[in-house]
Design a protein around this ligand. Structure first.
Ligand code: T5A
Length: 234
């Protein structure tokens, strides 16, 4: 693969703080792309996505790995990512599929780097070793006030749809404010790859904004583009 080569497929990542709505919007975009692109769409997540990576996810989100410090956590996220890339993401991209991934390298930069205090240069080296040329074609950064995102996550837990707060949700609000600033800084540094979406809006409005960004940035995914206007059938 060459620089940024996704092997014939298309690689879209979703990033942002807790409860921003990534999982909700991945489901919606996947349905839209299945209908519009005529190509298979794989949805996956990090940490996890493959069997070995899901086992590492448990150690990370339960807090078991926290005692070893942020660098050890970064290494574990990386170990999970290597298996996820090798066994799921790269094979799907090589088959020409569209891969939608809930969190990827920007989460390591933001959570372990900007908010966790690790040296960005060390994380950049680690990222290069782990992902190599497999870089997202597009990264959608779902941005909202962290208090709103955390309130959504708490409401979901209160409704019984989720367990209690995980290792990172339990961090102080200042940590989540640093995260938000970190994701916005990544978007500012890499505007060709990243797009910021206002995630405070109702889910339908967020979905429409995401469709518009994807249509604009990745028109190759819409072979019948003249039949769609603003993400809706004309
Ligand atoms: N992490 C991850 C690292 O530290 N480093 C790394 O390298 C990586 C890859 C993963 C954790 O690991 C950390 C980051 C995370 O802390 P997770 O359980 O996968 O943990 O958590 P999140 O990725 O944060 O996912 P969440 O499920 O918490 O949030 P989502 O997916 O952003 O939000 P979603 O869609 O589940 O929505 C949350 C609730 O809000 C509602 C939904 O119905 C749901 O109830 N909702 C809305 N309500 C109103 N308006 C909208 N627009 C809404 N959108 C969704």
């Amino acid at each position: 693969m060459t620089a940024g080569d996704t092997g014939g497929g298309s690689f879209i990542t979703f990033e942002g703080g807790e409860g921003a709505g990534k999982s909700t919007q991945i489901r919606r975009l996947a349905a839209h792309l299945r209908a519009q692109s005529g190509r298979p769409v794989l949805t996956t997540r990090e940490p996890g996505g493959s069997a070995k990576a899901e086992a590492i996810r448990e150690a990370l989100l339960s807090g078991t790995a926290k005692r070893y410090g942020p660098f050890a956590e970064a290494l574990l996220f990386s170990a999970a990512r290597i298996d996820h890339l090798d066994t799921l993401i790269r094979p799907a991209l090589a088959r020409g599929e569209i891969v939608l991934c809930d969190r990827f390298t920007d989460s390591t930069r933001a959570y372990q780097g900007a908010a966790g205090g690790l040296d960005p240069a060390v994380l950049a080296s680690l990222e290069q070793v782990v992902v190599g040329q497999t870089r997202p074609d597009l990264t959608l950064i779902l941005d909202c006030d962290p208090e709103l995102g955390l309130a959504r996550a708490r409401a979901r837990q209160a409704a019984g749809a989720d367990e209690g707060p995980d290792r990172f949700e339990a961090e102080a609000l200042a940590f989540h404010a640093r995260l938000r600033a970190a994701f916005l800084a990544i978007a500012a540094d890499e505007p060709a790859r990243c797009a910021v979406v206002n995630a405070a809006l109702p889910a339908d409005a967020v979905e429409a904004a995401i469709r518009a960004v994807v249509a604009d940035r990745l028109p190759r995914l819409f072979p019948n583009a003249s039949e769609t206007v603003g993400g809706h059938a004309a």
